[in-house]
Design a protein around this ligand. Sequence first.
Ligand SMILES: Nc1ncnc2c1ncn2[C@@H]1O[C@H](COP(=O)(O)OP(=O)(O)OP(=O)(O)O)[C@@H](O)[C@H]1O
Ligand SMILES: O=c1[nH]c(=O)c2[nH+]cn([C@@H]3O[C@H](COP(=O)(O)O)[C@@H](O)[C@H]3O)c2[nH]1
Ligand SMILES: NC(=O)CC[C@H](N)C(=O)O
Ligand SMILES: [Mg+2]
Length: 526
Amino acid sequence: MTDYDIHSHRLLILDFGSQYTQLIARRIREVGVYCEIRAWDMSEQEIRDFNPKGIILAGSPESVTEQNSPRAPEVVYELGLPVLGICYGMQTMAAQMGGQVEGSEHREFGYAQITVNSENPLLHDIKDHVDHDGNALLDVWMSHGDKVISVPEGFEIFASTDSCPVAGMVHREKQFFGVQFHPEVTHTKQGKRIFEHFVLEICGCDPLWTPANIVDDAIARVKKQVGDDQVLLGLSGGVDSSVVAALLHRAIGDQLTCVFVDNGLLRKNEGDQVMDMFAKNMGVKVIRSDSEELFLSRLKGVEDPEQKRKIIGNTFIEVFDEEAAKLSNVKWLAQGTIYPDVIESAAAKTGKAHVIKSHHNVGGLPDDMALELVEPLRELFKDEVRAIGLELGLPHEMVFRHPFPGPGLGVRILGEVKKEYANILREADAIFIEELRNFGWYDKTSQAFAVFVPVKSVGVVGDGRRYAWVIAIRAVETVDFMTARWAHLPYELLEKVSSRIINEIEDVSRVTYDISSKPPATIEWE
Ligand SMILES: Nc1ncnc2c1ncn2[C@@H]1O[C@H](COP(=O)(O)OP(=O)(O)OP(=O)(O)O)[C@@H](O)[C@H]1O
Ligand SMILES: O=c1[nH]c(=O)c2[nH+]cn([C@@H]3O[C@H](COP(=O)(O)O)[C@@H](O)[C@H]3O)c2[nH]1
Ligand SMILES: NC(=O)CC[C@H](N)C(=O)O
Ligand SMILES: [Mg+2]
């Protein structure tokens, strides 16, 4: 266990509804410092209690020039802490402290080059190029319409572009900084170093937030939380629940029981792999519930995608309850809830951000639950979850798996789900994934899978006619799964996959490749 609190050096990010706020948090965590995103209307007391070492004011789709647009709470400027305003965050800082912001119809969006015209701690020693006069030039990314046209008293301008007179401003004494560009997006090449300067040097945080420390800290906290009680975890073999299983096993050993539900809608050999890895190799207690018959009988004759999802979801809970009832003394339910689930659900509730969905594991739990929750990954982003998965000794292959939706093959068999279809799909999917790995493309795509299309098509195999099913294959590249681009897989790979599927699976006569991006298509077909 660590002898210091790894949360003690922390930053507060106030969210005004920008799409990029999560990226700011990720950049700061990458620097090794804990931070949290909170809504801009956080109360003065909550801000004081949070006790940050610095505050970041993030961007917003709103305009400071509109009446009633959000402002940072005054206390932000009164705590004597360093503050960094980014885009809207800088604009509101300027407006609140007596500067001037002008609205404009013209938006500046994309690459820009700023000239740094005075030495300052935020950009100290950072440059991409140098101009004739010896000034540093930085390649940055901008997304704004409004601009600061006069800075408040005590501030000086340290960077500008032709179209944006105040690209950076600083109040040296108060340690207030504002930047019009977005250091959090990767297009701003020196973004990481800018955050290092702010977080480590200006705010004086120590980089305590490392995978090893996070694991030690999470283990200590889980032990304290559950004491001698028994904990139950739904283990899917997916990344999040697998990392929770490994973490809880290390923290509380035998007090953990996992339930793995084989609903007949899993990928090829998935059940055996989960049992081998967790039960056999790691000695975790795993109950395997063979519920294929139950799920398939409930799904019989049902074609509507939403209805299928509901049935699968409800049957999961039923099986889960049955298994829990067989165990004695279970007081805690463990979940693989991660930070984006929490942020997105909060945003959905308060309406602060624009795109978002509500996650069943955060907002959708019944009020009268008998079990209390253990959620050790609740503060972590997916990439941090993966890093601690490796730290806990899980194999690379498991940690970097593509996500697999809870309803599984149930939403990849269009229309009615039948065992026969699931068997065909499992084989096709396994061939696709195997070749994706052989060609070195698995880690270059974010999610890839096969879909069973219940349509028959004619083919000719050898000298015979074949009248059989269609398989569609899909591979996408995405960061957040909210938008996605179809992967431009090499033709040789597609050719190999198609030829293997048609030759090795008798019931398939044709393979198609899905070239739809999200939006307007979704990643899954149902
Ligand atoms: N077959 C299953 N058996 C038991 N629990 C399951 C099963 N499928 C899903 N769950 C539970 O539902 C939760 C949500 O599933 P979800 O697919 O979002 O996460 P995951 O499977 O842990 O990770 P990933 O996003 O990488 O697939 C899981 O964390 C797990 O607790
Ligand atoms: O756990 C889950 N339960 C579900 O019901 C579900 N539906 C979609 N997904 C996954 O979410 C991501 C976005 O999918 P869509 O573009 O199809 O909405 C993709 O990664 C999908 O695989 C689910 N995951
Ligand atoms: N990305 C932002 O924060 C934009 C701020 C403000 N809406 C503008 O257009 O200038
Ligand atoms: Mg999953």
